[in-house]
Design a protein around this ligand. Structure first.
Ligand SMILES: [Zn+2]
Length: 254
């Protein structure tokens, strides 16, 4: 069975298939993440070309199949996040967020809330909001999607939610100072890094307007999230490696 549908979609990735065709992965509002086959892109008048570029959201007219590949027939309201497409730094962060989404989501699982958040996140990066913080918020959000739920709301022993905290791998969550002794090999992370990670686990993306974080603190947050991802998720994405390497040379060309 197939059906022609109008869906909102955000392009997650595109790759060449044989000479002239493409496989485009799109996160849609009503059908979740789907792989689309797009034919005939050598044609200079190929009208779908702008709509299937990375970092673009569109309304697609699509032939949605129950299994296997689906097909794109047309697109309208094509909205490229053009700053992301042109800025190597913003591109790096946005690519990682979308690759994380791709890794975290099963095909055909509808998640309209996440769909809206990803569009919002791309808009924020495109508008010049702090792309590292946008990335961090999604990294914390996606932990749940990877099926790992460290306790980030408060101390795993007493439930305390005020004050300074550290992270314990052994106990899979935060410790307050009164329970630091429960894990001598706790992270010894900077309390302000933990503070922001806790914040990111509860605030909505819109709150980013009120969050201002120094580079030093961002580096500390990065270090903690890297440990969480390494220990709990174990994902090695190329786009993340690129961001890590970028830190070594970005100041030279900025
Ligand atoms: Zn405690």
């Amino acid at each position: 069975m197939s059906q022609l549908e109008e869906v909102q979609g955000l392009v997650l990735s595109i790759r060449k298939h044989r000479e002239r065709d493409y496989l485009v992965k799109i996160f849609t509002d009503r059908y979740g993440k789907l792989m689309f086959f797009v034919r005939g892109t050598k044609n200079p008048n190929f009208k779908l070309r702008p709509a299937i570029q990375p970092f673009t959201s569109s309304t697609f007219i699509a032939d949605i199949r129950d299994d296997g590949l689906s097909f794109l027939r047309d697109a309208k309201n094509v909205e490229p996040f053009s700053v992301i497409q042109q800025d190597i730094f913003k591109n790096a962060y946005a690519t990682y967020v979308l690759q994380l989404a791709d890794a975290a989501l099963e095909d055909r699982v509808v998640d309209n809330r996440l769909f809206e958040q990803l569009i919002q996140g791309m808009s924020y990066i495109n508008e010049g909001k702090d792309e590292e913080i946008v990335m961090n918020i999604f990294e914390v959000r996606f932990l749940r999607y990877f099926g790992v739920l460290p306790e980030l709301r408060g101390c795993v022993f007493c439930g305390k939610t005020e004050g300074a905290f550290d992270y314990s791998s052994k106990h899979h969550g935060l410790l307050c100072p009164a329970h630091f002794h429960e894990d001598e090999r706790r992270l010894h992370a900077f309390p302000r890094a933990i503070h922001f990670i806790r914040l990111f686990s509860v605030v909505s993306l819109e709150k980013i307007n009120t969050v201002s974080v120094k580079q030093e603190t961002k580096d500390e947050i990065r270090a903690v999230l890297d440990i969480l991802y390494e220990e709990l998720v174990g994902l090695k994405l190329k786009s993340k490696k690129f961001i890590d390497e970028m830190k070594n040379w970005q100041d030279l060309i900025k």
